[in-house]
Design a protein around this ligand. Structure first.
Ligand code: PEP
Ligand code: MN
Length: 260
C-alpha cells in the first residue's frame, strides 16, 4: 500500500516551523492541557523557557467528553497565548475545532492541532488542506494506521504538505490506563510514509507516573518528538490533572532526549 499516495511521495518535504525543521532532531512540545487565567499560563511558560522548550501547547477550545466540563477560554485564551508568544518567543501549538476558528486564528498559531475526535472530520481536513500552516494530526481514538494516513491524505491532497502525525494512544480493553500507547505506530509510519510522527504519552497513558517511561520508549523507537502535558502545579490543572507531569519530570525527559 502507499506508493500512489502523497503521504509516501517526494511531495513531502521538510516541515519548517519558523527556524526549526521537524524530523531533524526530536522536538518537545509541552504545556498544560488547558488553563484558566493569564497568570497560570505565564507561570508555566516561564518554567518551560528555562528548560529551553521551543513549542508551547495549551488548549483554549476544548472538546470535552462531558459538556458541563470547562471548555477552555476560547477567544480570550488565544489572545493570552499570543501575548505569551510575544513575551517568550514560543511557537504555539493549539487545537482548533472548526473552520471559523481556523480562519480567525490559523495565521497566528504556529502549528494547528487537529484532535482525535476530528480526525474523521473530512470536510475540516479538506479546508485545512488549503492553508499553508503545519498541522498536527492526532490519531483517532480507534483509528487504524490506514484510516489515519488517509485522513492525512485529505489534507495533503488539497496542497498543504505540512502534516505531522501524532500517536496519542488507542482504545484498549483495560481501564487501568486511559488508552494504550501504540509504540508500533512509530516504525509503521516511518516505514510506510514520509510524514514525521510525534508521540503524546500523556493522553496515551492517562497516568502521570507513566509519562516519563513512555517518553523514553517513544524516543528510543525513533519518533520525531513528543507532546507532553505539564503544569507547575499538576494537581491544580483544570483538565487532565492525573496525566499532567511536573516541571522536574519534564526536565528529566529533556535531559534524556538531549543524551540520545
Ligand atoms: C489534547 O491534546 O489536548 C487532546 C484533547 O488530545 P486528543 O485529541 O488526542 O484527545
Ligand atoms: Mn488533555
Amino acid at each position: 500500500m502507499g506508493t500512489n499516495y502523497i503521504y509516501n511521495s517526494d511531495k513531502i518535504k521538510d516541515i519548517l516551523v519558523n527556524d526549526i525543521i521537524i524530523g531533524k532532531e526530536p522536538i518537545i512540545i509541552a504545556g498544560p492541557c488547558t488553563f484558566g487565567s493569564y497568570e497560570e499560563i505565564y507561570e508555566i511558560a516561564k518554567e518551560l523557557k528555562k528548560l529551553d522548550i521551543k513549542f508551547l501547547r495549551a488548549g483554549v477550545f476544548k472538546s470535552r467528553t462531558n459538556p458541563y466540563s470547562f471548555q477552555g477560554l476560547h477567544d480570550e485564551g488565544i489572545e493570552m497565548l499570543l501575548k505569551i508568544k510575544e513575551e517568550f518567543g514560543f511557537k504555539i501549538v493549539t487545537e482548533l475545532l472548526t473552520l471559523e476558528q481556523v480562519n480567525k486564528y490559523g495565521k497566528d498559531i504556529d502549528i494547528i492541532q487537529i484532535g482525535s475526535r476530528n480526525m474523521y472530520n473530512y470536510e475540516l481536513l479538506k479546508e485545512i488542506g488549503k492553508i499553508d500552516k503545519p498541522i498536527l494530526l492526532k490519531r483517532g481514538l480507534s483509528a487504524t494506521y490506514k484510516e489515519w494516513l488517509m485522513a492525512a491524505e485529505y489534507i495533503l491532497k488539497e496542497g498543504n504538505n505540512k502534516v505531522i502525525l501524532c500517536e496519542r494512544g488507542i482504545r484498549g480493553f483495560d481501564n487501568e490506563t486511559r488508552n494504550v500507547l501504540d509504540i508500533q505506530a512509530v516504525p509503521y509510519i516511518k516505514n510506510n510514509s514520509k510524514l514525521p510522527i510525534i508521540v503524546d504519552p500523556s493522553h496515551a497513558s492517562g497516568n502521570r507516573y507513566m509519562v516519563e517511561a513512555m517518553s523514553r520508549a517513544s524516543l528510543a523507537a525513533g519518533c520525531d518528538g513528543l507532546i507532553i502535558e505539564v503544569h507547575t502545579n499538576p494537581d491544580k490543572s483544570l483538565c487532565d490533572s492525573e496525566q499532567t507531569i511536573d516541571i522536574e519530570t519534564l526536565k528529566r525527559i529533556v535531559e534524556f532526549k538531549n543524551r540520545i
